[in-house]
Design a protein around this ligand. Structure first.
Ligand code: FAD
Length: 414
């Protein structure tokens, strides 16, 4: 196989997994990021590794649900009014994808990507010595009523049809999985073959350290622009000068469109902001994560304590965190675990790189043979990180595609 000189913009989980797989193929790989690895969106996610998260966010009927989400004081969605005109085109595209035929096709494509997660992470975490971070013992989904669960019936049916194995739970069974959980959860599910990462930041940093030990290079620089010649990118302009490139992969998370645009591809990417609170001393630990679909959040047992994470906020990429979102997460946590100690808890806001069709962009640029894209994973960037890295290495090596990459193409927006 011909080895190449490859530069990657972005040291989140997607960029680092891609760099790791490319280095394993012997390529000369440099990752450029303004931050140390894993300190942007990949820092504070819920850690969920869910091969069954193949359902797009915009499901049929979402339009009718939006007012309820926006008006509920504990609702999971908010749109900053001054940002509404800016996000409206993205929202219209998002709503346009909520058709049954479209959702079926998305579920097929996402499932083909995400089902690879444990297999694709295994060699990376094994070599980096962090296999302890990956847990594969399933998680609990809990609803306040049977009717609420029936409202999501299509999503669960689509998952089942694609081989996701789940058991229905009544409230006693939910409690037997999670004895510390209080509150009235009437119906739920247990998802087998699912799991979690006990520290997404440590995972990304450990894979990055291993990449460097294996001869990869990480440069801490802000990329300001791409110098694009007639045959494609030939250098990056950074805050520390010009950096020549031969092959370029854009993995810059929610900032990726700034770079694809310079390569001739305009993509509808939005920073979908989410929040977490990590309780460092909860005085108990859960045996499994719990997902609350009505509140669009997860509670995950992390090595740093117990983390509640979720919500969707559209307020622009640079707006400061919204304290109201933390108050809501705190209220939900106190309902589930009354009296949980919030002393020393930590708070974080992150920017999901979200496409309106809930599908990442994975593949070649539409213009240049030396340019590739891997971004836009939205809610599934951790579970999709290692599978994406492996697919990118296959693509660059010219190995046969493991999955059909056409649905992930940037050309779908032309
Ligand atoms: C609250 C919350 C919970 C979540 N829970 C889950 C979950 O349970 N499971 C799951 O699979 N996913 C989850 N996600 C989504 C997941 O975290 C993201 O999809 C994933 O982290 C995206 O990874 P990335 O590498 O594409 O982007 P990032 O981690 O954002 O990395 C992009 C990198 O590009 C760099 N960059 C950007 N611009 C420049 C520039 N100009 N110059 C240099 N570098 C630049 C950034 O500094 C950053 O390091 C969650 C997200 C949130 C917010």
């Amino acid at each position: 196989m011909q080895t190449r000189k490859i530069t990657i913009i972005g040291a989140g989980i997607v960029g680092i997994a891609t760099a790791s797989y490319l280095r394993r193929d012997g390529h000369e790989v440099t990752v450029v990021d303004q931050l140390p690895p894993g300190e942007y969106c990949s820092f504070g996610n819920a850690g969920i590794l869910s091969p069954g998260s193949c359902i797009p966010i915009a499901m049929p009927g979402i339009l009718g649900q939006l007012p309820g989400y926006l008006l509920d004081p504990l609702g999971p969605l908010s749109i900053k009014s001054s940002y509404f005109p800016r996000v409206l085109p993205w929202l219209l595209r998002f709503l346009a994808t909520a058709r049954v035929d479209r959702v079926q096709a998305t579920a097929d494509a996402l499932r083909s990507l995400l089902v690879q997660t444990f297999d694709a992470y295994a060699p990376l975490v094994h070599t980096a010595g962090v296999g302890d971070l990956i847990h594969k013992s399933g998680y609990v989904v809990a609803y306040s009523s049977r009717e609420a669960m029936q409202g999501d019936a299509l999503g669960w049916q689509l998952r089942r049809e694609r081989g996701v194995v789940m058991d229905e739970l009544n409230s006693a069974q939910i409690n037997s999985y999670l004895p510390d959980l209080k509150g009235n959860y009437k119906s739920g599910l247990f998802l087998h073959d699912h799991g979690w990462c006990a520290n997404p930041e440590r995972l990304t940093k450990a894979l990055a350290s291993q990449f460097v030990s294996d001869g990869g290079v990480i440069l801490q620089r802000k990329v300001l622009a791409i110098d694009v010649g007639a045959t494609g990118p030939r250098a990056l302009w950074t805050d520390d000068g010009r950096l020549p490139v031969e092959h370029l992969i854009i993995c810059a998370g929610a900032h990726s469109n700034q770079f694809t645009q310079q390569c001739g591809d305009s993509v509808p990417l939005e920073a979908e902001r989410g929040y977490h609170i990590t309780y460092s001393d909860p005085r108990f630990q859960l045996a499994h994560p719990i997902m609350l679909p009505e509140y669009k959040c997860f509670v995950t047992p992390m090595e740093m304590g117990l983390r509640i994470a979720g919500h969707s906020e559209f307020a622009g990429i640079d707006a400061p965190p919204n304290d109201r979102r933390f108050e809501i997460l705190e209220t939900l946590m106190q309902r589930m675990f009354p009296g949980i100690r919030s002393v020393d808890s930590t708070r974080w806001m992150g920017r999901r790189p979200s496409m309106p069709d809930s599908m990442p962009v994975i593949g070649r640029s539409s213009e240049f043979a030396n340019t590739f894209y891997a971004f836009g994973h939205g809610h599934v960037g951790l579970v999709g990180g290692a599978p994406t890295g492996r697919l990118m290495a296959d693509l660059i090596a010219g190995r046969p595609d493991r999955i059909d990459l056409k649905p992930f193409s940037v050309n779908r927006f032309k």
